[in-house]
Write a protein that binds this ligand. Structure first.
Ligand code: ZN
Length: 504
């Protein structure tokens, strides 16, 4: 079984997660679920970035210690991710001892292997407290950080340890353009390539006398800069530097937002090259969730809370909407109107209706038993073609394409019901034809339970059980999507998968 180690960005513990965070986590979770279906040995990591200096202010405001504050926030984030059915294998927090040990060792490794890569120098620049980063001219618009137009940049001058990032420009550029280190989607790769072509400046990797963070090895006056610290979490979670960490490292996929590609596609590979460690295979940089055209973030204010969005139609519906409508590539819009429309059309009237009418007909005409006749129909042919489209899209992390293929099968199956009119076949006593039709519909539902499980895991499980199938659909062998084992199964009374809300 090939291993597949994937990660999401770790989040700052300065406020509640919003829809933007949720898009990233459910997208990565859908990828993890798909790879598990394909038989990969998946290791899915999520976590928290807890050494941000903003933690100190947030903790002071709340009247608790920084550690109490991050403990509280970690619990809140985890609660949200559990509600959204994120099935991660590990949860890392940068305040954990296992992480501090890895950070210390990575810096020592650079000091040992490439001592010229770290040097002390005076730094003067404008610091964005939102990004926790010194901003260069090109990243400032109208005197503000591009990512944080509502925050003031702080003029800062201090003596820091610097990382010789400039030395790695040519190698990182070469690795990206030759595809040995993949950056996707293409629009993000082009941005990163342009950035590298423009040249790189060395970066400060420590801050002087910060009360919160990991001490810089060999210089206790300095603290490891929060971003340098945070990136290493992907390595810490493998057990690095303990023997055996190579079982997971290098990561197969880092899922991040498009605003932090400079860290993940330029600085992180350079750090690893300097430490003479293997590079991750790929970085996937998704777009932002927009609310009426504006980026959603903690600092720009949120028009909708994650709570409200989950409550609207339940967690599965939110997962589906984010991945199908907002999308995992470019920026996408979130509106209640489109959410309600998609819920009704795709989930209640689409998949929900297909499931309830199919189960009802098998119950009524065949006493609840799926006919044992296995005769492929046109619907099976359509399903096989769509399953191929689905696999191709999911393998390329095109989650919208995967959802489109699955729901194209929903439409095809609903059309098949209209065209074959099983109620007329029953009335006319055409038993063989009715068996054929009901069998084909049961197989379509079996396939759909598998194909939709990365998007709507809880509802897919209910559908699976309704068909009389045992175990977890998430653990079903991929072969079951080709040939669903539904023949002769006893279906159970259909639960309404997606009830129509009274207001819609
Ligand atoms: Zn910023």
């Amino acid at each position: 079984m090939p291993k597949f180690y994937l990660t999401t960005a770790i989040d700052y513990s300065n406020g509640d997660p919003h829809l933007g965070h949720a898009l990233e986590k459910v997208g990565a979770d859908a990828i993890a679920r798909y790879r598990r279906l394909r038989g990969d040995q998946v290791h899915f990591l999520m976590g928290m970035d807890e050494h941000s200096q903003s933690v100190l202010q947030a903790a002071a405001r709340a009247g608790v210690s920084p550690q109490e504050w991050v403990d509280r926030m970690a619990a809140r984030f985890q609660d949200f991710w559990q509600r959204l059915e994120c099935n991660n294998d590990d949860w890392i927090r940068t305040t954990e001892p296992r992480h501090a040990r890895s950070v210390t060792e990575l810096v020592r490794r650079i000091q040992r292997l490439n001592p010229d890569d770290l040097y002390l120098a005076e730094y003067e620049g404008l610091y964005c407290t939102g990004c926790e980063e010194f901003k260069q001219e090109s990243q400032i618009v109208d005197g503000h950080c591009i990512e944080h137009p509502t925050l003031e940049l702080v003029p800062t001058r201090e003596r820091n340890h610097f990382f010789r990032l400039s030395r790695y420009r040519d190698r990182v550029l070469d690795l990206i353009t030759t595809g040995r280190f993949r950056v996707e989607p293409t629009i993000r790769r082009n941005e990163v390539v342009r950035l590298l072509q423009g040249g790189l400046q060395d970066i400060s990797v420590s801050r002087l006398r910060q009360p919160w963070g990991i001490p810089f090895p060999g210089d206790p006056e300095q603290t490891v800069y929060v971003w340098f610290d945070a990136l290493i979490n992907y390595l810490s979670a493998t057990g690095f530097p303990e023997p055996g960490y190579e079982r997971l490292w290098p990561a197969d996929l880092h899922v991040v937002g498009k605003g932090i590609t400079r860290f993940h596609c330029v600085i992180w590979p350079a750090m690893l090259l300097s430490a003479e460690l293997a590079l991750p295979t790929e970085v996937w940089a998704h777009g932002y969730v927009q609310w009426e055209g504006t980026k959603m973030s903690k600092t720009s204010g949120t028009a909708v809370t994650l709570d409200e969005a989950i409550e609207r139609h339940g967690p599965d519906a939110l997962r589906y909407f984010l991945l199908r409508e907002v999308g995992f590539e470019a920026d996408g819009n979130f509106t209640w109107e489109r959410f309600d429309e998609r819920y009704t059309a795709d989930l209640a009237d689409g998949l929900g209706n297909l499931a309830s009418r199919t189960i009802a007909m098998i119950t009524k005409y065949r006493a609840g038993l799926v006919p044992s006749l296995n005769k492929p129909t046109g619907l099976d042919q359509t399903a096989r073609a769509l399953l191929e489209n689905y696999s191709r899209a999911m393998a390329a992390f095109d989650l919208r394409g995967g959802a489109e293929a699955a729901w194209a099968l929903v439409s095809a199956a609903n059309l098949f019901v209209q065209q074959t009119a099983p109620w007329s076949l029953a009335k006319a006593g055409k038993d063989a034809e009715l068996d054929e039709v009901l069998g084909a519909l049961a197989r379509a539902l079996g396939r759909l339970a598998i194909m939709t499980s990365p998007f709507i895991p809880a509802k897919a499980q209910i559908l699976w059980e309704t068909l009389g199938l045992e175990g977890k659909v998430a653990a079903a062998p991929w072969q079951a999507a080709q040939q669903p084992p539904v023949l002769g199964r006893r279906v159970s009374r259909a639960e309404v998968l997606f009830p129509k809300p009274a207001s819609v």
